[in-house]
Design a protein around this ligand. Structure first.
Ligand SMILES: NC(=O)c1ccc[n+]([C@@H]2O[C@H](COP(=O)([O-])OP(=O)(O)OC[C@H]3O[C@@H](n4cnc5c(N)ncnc54)[C@H](OP(=O)(O)O)[C@@H]3O)[C@@H](O)[C@H]2O)c1
Length: 313
């Protein structure tokens, strides 16, 4: 271990984004402290660095002593903790608002150089979605408390193991129809997971004394319907795209939300009522010197497994 290695604490590193970020950080010689609820399930992270470069900590993010243990001796902190739907025990407000509040206070106390917080694109005052309300409050907490922070707001993130394309491709395996909620007109700016990871790395190098917000979108906006068409072309399947009005989708979502990994919740129906694209009111991906990767360059490389015959299909 070199003494000049900078130490980064990452909360939520075992998820989709964290896995893609880890190798970029270890290649740059950072030492990484991973805070996770279940280190015994996160062994796959260790080979992404040299021996001793990645350390796993069993952390309950609501136990201040656990969080202090991770932050001790760190230079930088990255927060990737997030959920898409609530459960009886996990509420948006705790995960997206209260944890950032505690984390930013502790970052001040431990003299952390930079806090990079991953939020979500589409945040605005008085959003009807509880997910967005909680993400918005989380950002406010960080901005008020920890000045040397960078807030990144990605649109839908795609790449190997993403939830978006993989979920709909799985659905197309057995369902003759794919739903277009609200007609599938909602627009997204899908961004490659590797580009979000690059944005996080670049953020660590910024020298800001006040919080900065970056909206992260890919090179092109697509409607939900266009994304389903791209997906179906790639997996070489013909499926009916059925338009479902928001009201009926909301009704269905009350039942679907009872599933362990719900395909749709009432809160997500609220999210789908708003476009999820870069507004132009904040810094963007290109302000970090990154050019967005088109969907067409990446999607075929991992979604082929849903074709009949796989890569030979
Ligand atoms: N993926 C996207 O399309 C997308 C789009 C916009 C914004 N974002 C945001 O980007 C961030 C990372 O997303 P992701 O796709 O990598 O999510 P992910 O794969 O679901 O990973 C989220 C991480 O959050 C942690 N977490 C969840 N509930 C927790 C709890 N109760 N206590 C402690 N940790 C908890 C988990 O860590 P452990 O299991 O290790 O404890 C998990 O590794 C999130 O804030 C998300 O909201 C993602």
């Amino acid at each position: 271990m070199q003494n000049n290695q900078k130490i980064i604490a990452i909360f939520g590193a075992g998820g989709f984004l964290g896995k893609h970020l880890m190798r970029k950080l270890t290649k740059l010689d950072y030492r990484v402290k991973v805070a996770t609820r279940n280190p015994y399930l996160k062994g796959y992270l260790k080979p992404l660095g040299s021996p001793g470069q990645i350390e796993l900590f069993k952390t309950n993010i609501f136990n201040e002593d656990d969080v202090r243990e991770v932050l001790k001796d760190c230079d930088f902190v990255i927060n990737l903790v997030g959920i898409l739907h609530e459960t009886k025990k996990q509420k948006f407000s705790q995960i997206h608002s209260q944890f950032p509040f505690m984390l930013s206070n502790l970052c001040n106390e431990y003299d952390i150089k930079k806090l990079v917080h991953v939020s979500a694109l589409g945040i605005k005052e008085n959003h009807d979605s509880k997910y967005m309300q909680s993400k918005s409050q989380g950002e406010k907490n960080i901005k008020e408390i920890f000045k040397s922070s960078i807030i990144l707001r990605p649109s839908i993130v795609f790449g190997p193991e993403d939830k978006f394309f993989n979920t709909f491709a799985s659905l197309a395996q057995f369902s003759p129809v794919l739903p277009l909620i609200g007609g599938g007109e909602t627009k997204f700016s899908p961004i490659y997971v590797g580009d979000v990871a690059k944005a996080i790395v670049k953020s660590l190098e910024l020298d800001n004394l006040e919080p900065k917000i970056y909206e992260l979108g890919g090179p092109k906006n697509y409607s939900f319907k266009e994304l389903m068409e791209i997906l179906l072309t790639e997996i070489k399947k013909k499926r009916f795209l059925i338009s479902i009005p928001f009201g009926f989708a909301k009704f269905q979502s009350y039942f679907l939300q009872m599933m362990p990994n719900p395909l749709l919740t009432p809160d997500q129906v609220e999210l789908l009522k708003h476009n999820n694209i870069v507004s132009g009111d904040y810094f963007k991906l290109k302000d970090l010197g990154i050019t967005g990767t088109p969907i067409q360059d990446i999607l075929p490389k991992y979604i082929y497994r849903f074709r009949t015959g796989g890569q030979f299909g």
